[in-house]
Design a protein around this ligand. Structure first.
Ligand SMILES: [Zn+2]
Length: 317
């Protein structure tokens, strides 16, 4: 049997990781390279002339033009952290190399930190992944479906009309050979025309073609400037159509991954963040070897997110 090229690609081995990022100094140098690839640049005035101040924790940069002081972590998702950068790098390594993610509980054990700390690390990195992935919109041929997650863990009916479940939109962009390129999954308030219009305007490029199973609210994508093709075949459930095979496979993997790795979490509150992580990982599935570096870039590019915001539902709609 042919090997699956996603499953069998080379990753970033533990040995390689420790050779490159085993010490605090190595992590500091890598963070500096990632943040300022062409050397330090003052965030206040743009000057490249600076001096270095070493305090107890980590070095700071002082601009020689405007005297502004900047730290390596200020303005990034790592801002105000008391943890060693090595711990963050290890978390990024584990999260980026694990096929279906890693729970905060496992992370706590591997990193040797408390559960509240591992929860914060986990959610900050998920937030960074979601922020990064939100920069890209779907275009071309997009297949879209309604889905529900969360309630099945407590029993209850499946699919539309079920209780205690969180509705979300799942969409896949295909290439010309019908292979999936990118996915997006986001919670919606419900399957209404207004919710679908809002979602399409924020996530699909104008002029794309959207294929659905014909649920009435999906017509709203035309108001967002997209072409809508409703595939409804009498006698067959829309989900059984070969056309929807990829979407069904992806949704099946999402459900298995979430229930296997995370067991229980407040889906209504944090579902968007978890699905953002799954989409981030899927959309970069051919780049396992560089995923650590990519997640570091995403973390540096992500504005600080204090715990108060992390625990609010701001990612969730
Ligand atoms: Zn300056």
């Amino acid at each position: 049997m042919a090997q699956n090229k996603v499953q069998y690609q080379h990753g970033f081995s533990l040995d390689e990781f420790y050779q490159k990022f085993g010490t605090e100094q190595q992590c500091e140098e890598e963070l500096e390279r990632t943040r300022w690839p062409e050397g330090f640049k003052c965030p206040q005035c743009g000057s490249k002339s600076y001096g270095v101040i070493h305090d107890k924790r980590r070095k700071r940069y002082q601009c020689k033009s405007c005297r502004h002081q900047a730290s390596l972590t200020a303005g990034t998702i790592f801002e105000s952290t008391k943890l060693a950068l090595r711990t963050w790098f290890q978390a990024i390594y584990m999260i980026s190399q694990a096929k279906t993610g890693i729970s905060a509980l496992s992370l706590k054990r591997y990193l040797g930190v408390s559960y509240p700390t591992s929860w914060k690390i986990r959610h900050k990195l998920m937030h960074a992944m979601k922020q990064r992935d939100d920069r890209y919109l779907l275009s071309g041929i997009v297949q879209m479906d309604d889905a529900y997650l969360g309630g099945e863990l407590n029993g209850g009916k499946a699919g539309r009309g079920s209780e205690n479940k969180v509705p979300f939109v799942a969409a896949v962009q295909f290439d010309s050979e019908n292979h999936p390129l990118r996915i997006k999954m986001n919670q919606v308030k419900g399957f209404t025309s207004k919710a679908i219009l809002d979602w399409a305007q924020g996530h699909i490029i104008l002029g794309s073609t959207v294929i659905t199973d014909g649920l009435a609210c999906f017509n709203a994508v035309t108001d967002a400037g997209c072409k809508h093709i409703a595939k409804v075949v009498g006698g067959l459930k829309p989900k059984d159509l070969p056309l929807f095979q990829w979407l069904n496979t992806i949704l099946g993997n999402v459900k298995t991954g979430l229930s296997g790795t995370y067991h229980a979490f407040k889906f209504g509150k944090y579902g968007n963040r978890y699905m953002g992580e799954i989409a981030y990982r899927f959309n970069r599935r051919f780049h396992l070897q560089s995923l650590h570096q990519r997640l570091l870039v995403a973390s540096v590019a992500c504005a600080p997110c204090p715990e108060r915001l992390l625990r609010s539902a701001e990612d969730c709609c």
